[in-house]
Design a protein around this ligand. Structure first.
Ligand SMILES: [Zn+2]
Length: 100
């Protein structure tokens, strides 16, 4: 599964996959699903979940400065509030907002 196209349209991320499936994910939803450790929480060796204080989100947190494909399997999103540590794997993206 590969991405043919990826762009921000309004307040949504528009994805086009190589199987012709087109997908739209609201940027706010995308940001709230950020998979990086500080946002998603980390599980330590004892199996306990550690999650820092919820990051302060503001208007810029839901705006995309740029997008970068990583290694042909993930997308790195650079948010306008300078958060960019989340790598959204294609699998994760495909699972998001699958309802039309
Ligand atoms: Zn994050």
């Amino acid at each position: 599964m590969k991405l043919d196209d990826l762009q921000v349209v309004g307040n949504q991320l528009a994805l086009k996959w190589d199987d012709e499936h087109e997908q739209f994910i609201a940027l706010e939803e995308l940001r709230r699903a950020c998979p990086c450790a500080p946002c998603a929480g980390e599980i330590d060796v004892l199996g306990q979940m550690h999650k820092g204080p919820s990051p302060q989100l503001n208007e810029a947190s839901f705006q995309v400065a740029r997008l970068q494909l990583v290694g042909g399997y993930a997308v790195q999103v650079f948010w306008k509030d300078n958060h960019s540590t989340g790598l959204y794997s294609f699998d994760l993206l495909r699972k998001m907002h699958s309802e039309p």
